[in-house]
Ligand binder design. Structure first.
Ligand SMILES: Cc1cc2nc3c(=O)[nH]c(=O)nc-3n(C[C@H](O)[C@H](O)[C@H](O)COP(=O)(O)OP(=O)(O)OC[C@H]3O[C@@H](n4cnc5c(N)ncnc54)[C@H](O)[C@@H]3O)c2cc1C
Length: 214
């Protein structure tokens, strides 16, 4: 009858199998991260010969920065609930924005922020926020720039309401970008750099350049 292998060999084999399993799991995670970071597919009309471009008006600067559209929102409870939901959407948008956006993506976010302000369902909040945007124009050159900028403008609203100031160095950890670890690290780093913003009170204010198509 063959002799059973020594216990040492069994242990080493078990450890090797375990390590191989761990490596396999971590490779799976990375592949999923890479896939989830893949850009969204092009809309049909952009794919050669398919569909037709939806009819949308050309957005001129006045459309983005005109007067607040909604009326005064008297209901304080609704105003608070709306605010919390809107901030969640706002910060999550920044956290998931591409880290290296194209000019088109960067312009799209800038327009979105101005329209978000103009169409905000609380009229008096919208006018107030438009004033903040004038003072601190949207920064959309990267995910981390946008996230730190959004944290800063939210703090401006917090100040006006005598609320606590949020520590923007935590912004990368607070709103999950659902992206790969190295991208998360870049966000955390951007948050740490925001201490400089807090100290100097400056957020590297960029004046708005002309938007395309207007
Ligand atoms: C664009 C906009 C303009 C507004 N303007 C007005 C206004 O003029 N007058 C008015 O009465 N209300 C305004 N609101 C609503 C107001 O900001 C609050 O949402 C509301 O008062 C509820 O406050 P809250 O204390 O529950 O926390 P919120 O300020 O709603 O914050 C929600 C959560 O976000 C986190 N947070 C807090 N600060 C930051 C930050 N700087 N960065 C990232 N995360 C943060 C905290 O976890 C907090 O609990 C505005 C809301 C928005 C979205």
């Amino acid at each position: 009858m063959p002799r059973p292998p020594p216990p040492g060999i069994i242990l080493v084999t078990a450890v090797l199998l375990f390590l191989t399993f761990i490596m396999w799991i971590s490779l799976q995670d990375r592949t999923e991260d890479r896939l989830s970071a893949a850009p969204a597919p092009l809309p049909k009309w952009m794919q050669k010969g398919q569909g037709k471009q939806p009819e949308v008006p050309t957005i001129v600067p006045e459309v983005q920065t005109g007067h607040a559209i909604m009326s005064h929102l008297g209901n304080e409870t609704l105003k608070e609930e709306l605010g919390r939901a809107a901030w969640k959407l706002f910060h999550t948008t920044m956290a998931r924005f591409p880290d290296k956006p194209t000019q088109d993506e960067s312009d799209a976010l800038k327009s979105y922020i101005h329209l978000f302000a103009r169409l905000y369902p609380c009229g008096e909040c919208a006018t107030h926020f438009q004033g903040i945007l004038e003072q601190f124009p949207p920064q959309t050159s990267s995910r981390s720039a946008a996230a730190v900028w959004a944290c800063h403008v939210h703090n401006e609203v917090n100040k006006s309401k005598n609320k606590d100031i949020f520590d923007c160095s935590q912004i990368g950890d607070f709103y999950d970008c659902g992206c790969a670890d190295d991208e998360k690290e870049a966000m955390s780093k951007a948050g740490e750099d925001s201490h400089e913003v807090a100290k100097t009170g400056k957020i590297g204010i960029e004046r708005e350049g002309p938007t395309r198509g207007g």
